[in-house]
Write a protein that binds this ligand. Structure first.
Ligand code: HEM
Length: 368
């Protein structure tokens, strides 16, 4: 399978059509100087540009007394549409590297939301790397080798793998379903509409910070689903939770997935057909705050304390300014979303994802 260009005006992996798998990693920087950070970014760029083309990392001179420069598990595999997307969190701008003055206004720690049960081990990070690919082994290989290259300069803080149905199982590429069985992504803005992406996704120097122009802000939340409770709820209750039909993905009261919802429609007893507390109605609000969601399901074995599955959604979204997009949406959801009976937010982080890299440049070079 083909390659997605690594170099370009924007980083790949944001408006790129969603691949089958994700391997996400947050790193903490251990380097103490800006010069070391720059070296890390240059080394990561060279490796990422190679891996996006299915080329091994580094060049071995055949010395049997040294570890090979590439760990080897992706040898001979096609690029599999690998994208590697880099970003920096609020803590990266805390003054250690003299970059405090460069922190964009829009990059702020998220406020606490209703229903949060965040655990420190699933939160934050100085840097993030989102690897997406149509092959999990290739995605894992990328994170592993980037962590290896970072030795002495940055360490892994948390990682999460994710999946969805693969392109092989669904060649028609219908909207994928999440682990609650509902189509997830229907209401996303159109990534082919450049004007819409400019409005919704791409950071703009007009908002304050010149170096981030053409980048984007990522919010990532590790949201555990109470799968066992969900599986015991009725179909009517499940559909009222999302405000959509399970089979078709249509808004309640409509028949096609992409039909416009009739939010005013009442049933025979006078109750709204699309409940006011339904996830989709609350998330849409008045339609003024939009985000581009790029989430994946996750399943990480069982919670040994309860015997229940530790599974859910690695929610990833991109936007031009989280203060005006993710935050108001999540405030509304945290307060009244019926979905909160079935989910709990365990992890959270926000990152300023760098603008695209020009050939010869390196990630984050507009920052230095
Ligand atoms: C819509 C699932 C968390 C924002 C939807 C839909 C589903 C869904 C099934 C309807 C189909 C669609 O448009 O994709 C979930 C699940 C979640 C979750 C299972 C957690 C486990 C979140 C979070 C946010 C969010 C944390 C943002 C704060 C949205 C938005 C829409 C949406 C903006 C589209 C609304 C519109 O049609 O305009 N979600 N979601 N969701 N969700 Fe979520």
């Amino acid at each position: 399978q083909g390659a997605v260009p690594f170099y370009g005006g924007h980083q790949a992996g944001i408006v790129t059509p969603v691949q089958d798998f994700i391997c996400f990693a947050a790193f903490d920087v251990t380097a103490s100087s800006l010069a070391e950070v720059r070296k890390l970014f240059q080394a990561w760029t060279a490796a990422a540009a190679n891996m996006a083309q299915g080329i091994m990392v580094g060049q071995d001179d055949g010395n049997e007394l040294l570890p090979p420069s590439d760990t080897g598990e992706a040898a001979g595999l096609t690029p599999s549409r690998t994208t590697i997307t880099f970003g920096a969190g609020t803590s990266f701008f805390d003054g250690r590297f003299g970059l405090a003055g460069k922190k964009p206004e829009a990059l702020q720690d998220l406020p606490a939301f209703g229903g949060d049960e965040l655990r420190p081990e699933w939160c934050g990070g100085d840097l993030c790397v989102q690897v997406c690919a149509n092959d999990m082994q290739i995605a894992f290989h990328a994170i592993r080798n980037l962590a290896r290259i970072a030795r002495g300069k940055a360490v892994l803080r948390w990682t999460q793998e994710g999946f969805q149905r693969t392109g092989y199982s669904d060649p028609a590429k219908a909207t994928p379903r999440n682990l609650m069985g509902f189509k997830d992504g229907t209401g996303n803005p159109d990534v082919k509409d450049e004007q819409e992406m400019k409005k919704v996704v791409w950071a703009d120097s007009a908002d304050g910070s010149g170096w981030i122009h053409g980048g984007s802000y990522m919010v990532v939340r590790r949201i555990r689903m109470r799968i066992e409770v969900w599986d015991r709820s009725t179909l009517a209750d499940q559909e009222a939770t999302f405000g959509r039909h399970r089979n078709s993905g249509a808004p309640l009261g409509a028949s096609g997935e992409f039909d416009a919802p009739d939010m005013e429609k009442k049933d025979a007893s006078g109750k709204p057909v699309i409940p006011a507390t339904s996830h989709f109605k609350l998330a849409r609000g008045d339609g003024s705050a939009k985000i581009l969601r790029r989430s994946y399901s996750y399943s990480t074995g069982i919670d040994h304390k309860t015997g229940q599955l530790d599974a859910g959604l690695l929610f990833v979204c991109y936007q031009r300014d989280p203060r005006k997009q993710f935050v108001p949406i999540q405030k509304a959801l945290g307060k009244s979303d019926k979905l909160n009976e079935y989910i709990v937010h365990i992890g959270s982080a926000v990152f300023a994802c760098f603008p695209g890299v020009k050939e010869g440049g390196y990630i984050g070079d507009t920052l230095f």
